[in-house]
Design a protein around this ligand. Structure first.
Ligand code: UDP
Ligand code: MG
Length: 304
């Protein structure tokens, strides 16, 4: 069986089109469709309940908005398929690509990663920032994350491996490669959002980028060493200039050096503080989400 996991946040107008298109892409297979309503404020849950009657879809409703990562995780935990397709609800990930993913999987790939070959209608600025973030992520993880997205098909083995990771601040698309296994890529063109608006703001994107980078690299913690090195070098140069009798403008030069150094120290403190806050978030070990309701719940839930 193939499971499709679809995180949905305020997607009332996209539930039916998504259920229809994904069912069509999976026709001929034994499949299940699982919508995870991430605490939507609109009629998303009502539409999911309707879709459960019309398409046999299954649904999980969160008690509030927990974010796409917990929504994907809940869907993976709920899924029973031998392979699981994770796909957005707004049809920006074209369901027509799913059969290609399935054939890669049948040919032996254990993780089939959807890669964006064209970035849809994104602005140049957004494309550039995404490129910078993906390059940094590639360096941090050691995998090629260019054009990466959450659109992928994973074998049950890979799903099991991902679910073993206990971290709260998880980053699904990187974890899917980080766990290893035989991967294949399928290129797709990002479509325009079917209905409604995306929920990303610049502030949310920056927070997302920083937090996901921090969960895969501690390199910024070495910034202190780097800045310390620069300061030592600058100090040495100043001393040499002084010894050579070159005037430094005395007091103002000293003050500016002090200011630069305190700035760098504060930056390093800030970075350490950020990692400390991540550690604090992790050790609280809070539940990732709470489920308020389910429709078409799997009967053999306790077996796995
Ligand atoms: N989503 C979610 N929880 C959130 C935000 C988004 O489950 O808090 C879902 C959303 O319904 C969609 C997918 O994640 O299915 C991608 O979201 P969106 O289209 O806003 O982002 P983008 O396409 O820009 O990545
Ligand atoms: Mg989208």
């Amino acid at each position: 069986m193939i499971s499709a996991v679809i995180p949905a946040y305020n997607e009332e107008d996209n539930i039916f089109p998504a259920a229809e298109a994904i069912s069509a892409a999976l026709s001929g297979e034994d499949y299940e469709i699982i919508f995870v309503d991430d605490g939507s404020a609109d009629a998303t849950w009502e539409r999911i309940s309707d879709a459960s009657g019309k398409f046999g879809a299954r649904g999980i409703r969160f008690s509030r908005n927990f974010g796409k990562e917990p929504a994907i995780r809940a869907g993976l935990e709920e899924s029973a398929g031998d392979a699981v397709v994770v796909i957005d609800c707004d049809l920006q990930h074209p369901p027509e690509v799913i059969p290609r993913m399935i054939s890669e999987w049948r040919n032996g790939a254990e993780a089939v990663i959807g890669k964006k070959s064209a970035r849809g209608r994104e602005s140049k600025g957004y494309g550039f920032l995404a490129h910078v973030f993906n390059s940094m992520m590639s360096r941090a993880t050691g995998f090629d994350m260019s054009g990466a997205s959450d659109f992928m098909l994973l074998d049950r083995k890979v799903v099991g491996a991902i679910l073993e990771y206990g971290e709260r601040g998880s980053f699904f698309r990187a974890l899917a490669q980080f766990v290893g296994f035989r991967t294949a890529e399928v290129r797709y063109e990002v479509a325009a959002r079917k209905n409604g608006k995306g929920t990303w703001t610049l502030k949310k994107l920056i927070k997302y980028a920083v937090s996901n980078l921090a969960s895969f690299t501690t390199a910024p913690l070495l910034a202190g060493l780097f800045f310390g090195g620069i300061c030592l070098l600058a100090g040495a140069v100043l001393l040499i200039l002084r010894a050579a009798g070159i005037p430094l403008g005395s007091f103002s030069a000293a003050v500016s050096v002090m200011i630069i150094i305190s700035g760098l120290v504060l930056i390093c403190l800030g970075i350490s503080g950020y990692y400390l806050s991540k550690i604090y978030d992790e050790i609280k070990h809070r539940p990732r989400y709470h489920i308020a309701a389910k429709v078409n719940e799997r009967k053999d839930n306790n077996e796995r």
